[in-house]
Design a protein around this ligand. Structure first.
Ligand SMILES: [Zn+2]
Ligand SMILES: [Zn+2]
Length: 345
């Protein structure tokens, strides 16, 4: 086996506008799996908005230089001591969750996403923007054979976190579900929702006409801008935008007892103008809830992969070679938001 590998590494945080090529191509030793870890030969790695948060210091990595990437698809090529879950050659996927303590009340109740010692792939450990990666075997997931590498990659974060948001929305079949924003996560969650709940009504709020057309092509019942009114009051909204304005715009569209689920790792700071728009009596009275989504559990990742493996759920992807990771990141920041972006190796 090879002794060295190509990787794209981040040396320090800076805004992408100041440093449009934040990742440096490097030749590094192939990592050696320690006890309980597997070595993965990476085949594809999704590019996520959170990678921009890592680069621009909103969720700064815990060490440098670091290899980003937390939607890692690959094949098991090595196993450390006490790693027996996967055989050599197994296809696996790794998402944002890299590790958790395994002992706290959250870990013991299947909510390891809330563990205080939660470690993230590509932020607290090297990720998948490289030819090889090592991960704890307990945090890798089996990939269904029917899923192509590039289709599986965006499911590992955009899909899994979105799937978690769908679960946390509490919707049941026949309900009205709104989507606030329609990017990589939204386009997967809409398909998952359609598959799980055939009678669900799906209403998509998106700024760009192109995103609205895309949503309709995937089976949305209605699309509009944030100040338009959908044909029915909404049981829940899944919000994937990085701003607060959708809460002010869409909370009035929620039914009494409705839930607004924020599926974003961060929101831009709220300004007084937006705050003034959120009137308690008008927006949040009648037991309306706001709920955030934090990270993902292994169960979210496994379930979304299984769902995709047995249905026609398929992310739309744009592929880039590993060496073009900087271009993919800039396209994500500035360019079109349709579907998901994936590096291939
Ligand atoms: Zn824990
Ligand atoms: Zn992500």
């Amino acid at each position: 086996m090879k002794k060295t590998m190509q990787a794209m590494v981040l040396d320090h945080c800076a805004p992408l506008t100041e440093n449009p090529n934040p990742l440096r191509s490097a030749e590094l030793p192939v990592p050696i799996p320690r006890s309980g870890e597997i070595l993965i030969e990476v085949k594809a790695c999704g590019v996520c908005r959170t990678d921009l948060d890592d680069i621009e210091a909103r969720t700064a990595p815990s060490f440098f230089p670091i290899i980003l990437g937390h939607q890692v698809v690959g094949v098991v090529r090595g196993r450390g001591e006490r790693a027996s879950r996967f055989t050599q050659g197994s296809r696996v996927g790794v998402g944002w969750i890299h590790s958790a303590c395994g002992e706290c009340e959250y870990c013991l109740s299947g909510r390891e996403n809330l563990c205080a010692r939660f470690g993230a792939t590509g932020r607290d450990a090297d990720g998948g923007y490289a030819e090889y990666a090592v991960v704890p075997e307990g945090f890798a997931a089996f990939l269904p054979d029917s899923l192509a590498d590039t289709a599986a990659a965006p499911l590992l974060c955009a899909g899994a976190v979105g799937y978690r948001a769908l679960r946390l929305s509490g919707i049941t079949d026949g309900d009205a579900l709104g989507f606030s924003g329609f990017g990589a996560s939204g386009h997967i969650v809409l398909q998952a929702a359609r598959t799980l709940f055939p009678r669900l009504r799906l209403y998509v709020f998106a700024r760009s006409p192109e995103q609205r057309r895309f949503a309709l092509s995937l089976g949305a019942d209605w699309t509009g801008s944030f100040d338009e009114t959908p044909p029915r009051p909404l049981d829940a909204v899944i919000d994937t935008t990085p701003v607060w304005e959708p809460l002010a715009r869409l909370a009035p569209r929620l039914k009494a007892g409705g839930r607004f689920v924020i599926n974003a790792i961060r929101k831009e700071s709220i300004d007084n103008e937006i705050l003034a728009m959120i009137e308690y009596e008008q927006h949040l009275w009648l037991e309306k809830e706001i709920k955030s989504v934090a990270n993902v559990t292994r169960r979210d990742i496994e379930e979304v992969l299984q769902l995709a493996g047995r249905t026609s759920l398929e992310p739309e992807v744009t592929v880039y070679p590993l060496a073009d990771a900087n271009r993919a990141l800039n396209d994500l920041k500035h360019g079109d938001q349709r579907g998901a972006k994936v590096l291939v190796l």
